[in-house]
Design a protein around this ligand. Structure first.
Ligand code: SF4
Length: 352
């Protein structure tokens, strides 16, 4: 029997992860943290909100947003009744704004079609807006103890190292999933999923894994072969695309003209000064209306995941707000509710 087979063919691996988790689970606001019999206290609403927020975002960034969100909308019924703009405001700064839109839509569907109760299986959860393979499995395992395999980036890294998979992750996703599936605990699938995530986040870190403190060290092939530093194998970073555009900041007394971005695409439904040309690199498009626009000497750069945006900024003062536009008073509340790009443009364009 190969070493890989011996790791996957009994429950020693999952039992070890579970024992470690019982003592070392991270104290996160969406967890019940009552072990081992915590299943009654787990709220799928909290798990769902946290998992959606955690998509592409770190735990440290998510925690304050999560607390504020749950304080404002403590139940799925509260969220289903919420004004969508207030959800987007709360989301400002978290990025990937389509997630906020999906949360709002999903809450309405769960209240209207499921009487406010989350479907309990990953298969049904996956039918809801914004819930993909990973999120559906995480909710089903953690909130409803369904025996499903939950594989996030942390779990991928742990599995790649335990089985010493030396190819880049992009090429081995199926293999990693298949190993993860065979290791999944049938006894406590939710705790096991969270245990693997915590192990990846706190011990089997991307750089400098803390192997000497690792509970599964004896079962780890990468450790045995002394190749932990090169797994997962990194692909050469491709240089980021650069896009160009322009933004127009119009001041009316202590207010600023902002437009709501389209419902689809980047920063969907968020408030932003009028911008042009992002996707066609047409810096000469605009202005949004006639005025005495001043072109500011330097350009502003903002990084999105897949590209860097270079914006030329124009500024003007208006006596009257043009038809079809709306001015918003520049209060701390407004600034707080804007996405990072809008905040950056205003900071760049407005006098201190
Ligand atoms: S022994 Fe090291 S590399 Fe292997 S799983 Fe543990 S922390 Fe990760």
């Amino acid at each position: 029997m190969s070493i890989s087979q011996s790791i996957t063919e009994n429950s020693r691996f999952s039992d070890t992860v579970l024992s470690w988790y019982d003592c070392h689970a991270r104290d996160l606001p969406w967890r019940a943290n009552q072990y081992p019999d915590c299943s009654q206290k787990i709220d799928p609403y909290l798990i769902w909100v946290s998992e959606v927020m955690l998509q592409q975002t770190t735990v440290t960034t998510v925690i304050p947003y999560f607390k504020a969100f749950i304080k404002t909308w403590p139940t799925i019924f509260d969220l289903a009744k919420a004004n969508e703009d207030s959800i987007y405001s709360m989301w400002a700064g978290l990025g990937y704004y389509s997630r906020a839109k999906n949360l709002a839509q999903c809450a309405k569907i769960i209240v209207e079609n499921h009487g406010g109760h989350f479907p309990k299986s990953a298969r049904e959860l996956k039918q809801l807006p914004g819930i993909g393979i990973y999120t559906s499995a995480a909710i089903a395992a953690i909130a409803f103890q369904e025996i499903v395999t939950v594989v996030d980036a942390n779990v991928e890294r742990v599995i790649s190292r335990v089985f010493a998979i030396e190819k880049p992750l992009r090429e081995t996703k199926k293999e990693v999933y298949s190993f993860a599936e065979r290791l999944t605990s049938k006894r406590r699938p939710g705790d096991y999923a969270q245990g693997m995530m915590d192990l990846g986040a706190t011990i089997c870190k991307p750089r400098k894994p803390r192997c000497l403190e690792c509970p599964i060290q004896k079962m780890c092939l990468a450790y045995r072969k002394e190749i932990t530093a090169i797994i997962p194998k990194k692909l050469k970073r491709q240089s980021k695309l650069i896009r160009y555009g322009s933004a127009y900041v119009a001041i009316k007394d202590k207010s600023i003209i902002l437009v709501k971005r389209p419902a689809k695409g980047l920063l969907s439904n968020m408030l932003c000064p009028p911008t042009f040309g992002w996707f066609n690199n047409e810096t000469d498009k605009g202005p949004p209306f006639k005025s005495d626009w001043l072109r500011l000497p330097q350009t502003l750069t903002h990084s999105f995941t897949h590209f860097d945006l270079h914006l030329t900024i124009y500024r003007t003062s208006v006596r009257k707000v043009p038809r079809k536009f709306k001015a918003f008073e520049l209060s701390p509340n407004l600034t707080q509710s804007l996405p990072s790009l809008s905040k950056k443009i205003l900071k760049f364009a407005l006098p201190e």
